[in-house]
Design a protein around this ligand. Structure first.
Ligand SMILES: [Zn+2]
Ligand SMILES: [Zn+2]
Length: 350
């Protein structure tokens, strides 16, 4: 692993580089966009946040790796979030590269592009009310809903992918052995990409893993509900995430190349750590349910990176979604249940 002259570019060896593309005004700092050489031309894993400065850093980073953005052959997207998929349209326009994404996340992109904003506000207002959110929290959503049609700017819509990213299969990348591994949880269609080639520095283990947001060295990804107004399936994203962690741990990758923070070895150790973390967190939440609480009341009492009083409204909505994902899991495990007749529905430990 060597630092390439030029800020934020690392040569990971064996035709793999990372470029730290900044995310403006975000404590995460940057997305690690990876560049992978193939016999058909360079391929990107994720693209970074859609911002002019981020674009300049990506283009300069590619140049430092000896690549030109105009030569990109394809883009593999770990998931649809804007810090990963944001610059995809621009890369495609500059190069003609295809964009590949798992079908479940492509579905989210299509819905984001097509679903009228006012209906989305209405859906969120109903969900938050059902989760026990106070009227003051829901009011701005209702106002936005009632304001009527909010046009979306075409430039701000996420790019439609061109092809699926079929899980379990070796991808058609001449000269490379790269396999998509479906790892739902953080999003319904999140994938990790397993580079099934000997590690260039001969680290023990099986190849390298582009892990997106699924497996990160120092933080845990947000796990909320998969919001879909057209689908009433009761999903279990936290259960999906924990299953996906085990799946990734079993790959035994020699090194993990995540989309944030830094590369690290010993993937199975990190997986064990995260499984233990979530087990402890679930136990802690169950203890909070000694008396009945709505998802909102649970979120208020959960541990966040700052006191609840300092969390802005948008982030509170995300926090409640995370509380609900944990409640789903506890209910599924038979460790909590809904209080019959409660409105909004409250949950209690069993
Ligand atoms: Zn993400
Ligand atoms: Zn991310």
């Amino acid at each position: 692993m060597t630092q390439v002259p030029g800020a934020g570019v690392t040569d990971h060896g064996g035709g793999v580089w990372s470029i730290a593309v900044p995310i403006p005004d975000n404590p995460l700092g940057h997305t690690l966009v990876h560049l992978l050489d193939t016999d058909r031309g360079p391929v990107l894993v994720d693209t970074g946040w859609d911002d002019p400065d981020s674009w300049d850093v990506l283009v300069a980073g590619l140049a430092a790796c000896g690549a030109d953005v105009a030569d990109m052959y394809g883009v593999l997207l770990t998931h649809h979030h804007p810090d990963h998929h944001g610059l995809s349209a621009r890369v495609r326009a500059a190069s003609g590269a295809w964009l590949a994404m798992h079908e479940a996340d492509a579905h989210v992109v299509r819905r984001t592009r097509e679903y009228p904003m006012e209906r989305w506000y209405g859906y969120m207002a109903d969900k938050l009310t059902a989760a026990g959110a106070p009227a003051a929290h829901v009011a701005p959503l209702l106002a936005a809903r009632d304001a009527g049609r909010t046009p979306r700017l075409a430039a701000h819509l996420p790019a439609l992918p061109d092809r699926p990213l079929p899980p379990g299969e070796l991808l058609d990348l001449p000269g490379r052995r790269l396999r998509a591994v479906w790892t739902p949880g953080h999003t319904p269609g999140h994938v990790c990409l397993h580079l099934e080639e000997a590690h260039p520095a001969r680290l023990p283990g099986r190849g390298r893993l582009f892990s997106g947001d699924h497996l990160l060295p120092g933080i845990t990804p947000h796990i909320g509900l998969y919001e879909d107004p057209d689908d009433s399936t009761v999903t279990d994203p936290l259960g999906d995430y924990l299953d996906s962690l085990e799946r990734v741990g079993r790959l035994g990758a020699a090194e993990v190349l995540p989309a944030h923070q830094h590369a690290f070895a010993h993937a199975p150790d990190r997986v064990r750590e995260l499984l233990a973390h979530h087990e402890a967190r679930l136990a802690g939440l169950r203890a909070l349910l000694a008396e009945p609480r709505t998802p909102w009341q649970l979120a208020e009492r959960m541990e966040w990176n700052r006191p609840w009083a300092d969390i802005p409204a948008g982030s509170r909505t995300i926090a409640v979604s995370e509380a609900e994902a944990h409640l789903r899991r506890l209910v599924k495990l038979g460790r909590a249940e809904a209080v019959p007749g409660s409105e909004p529905v409250a949950y209690v430990a069993v």
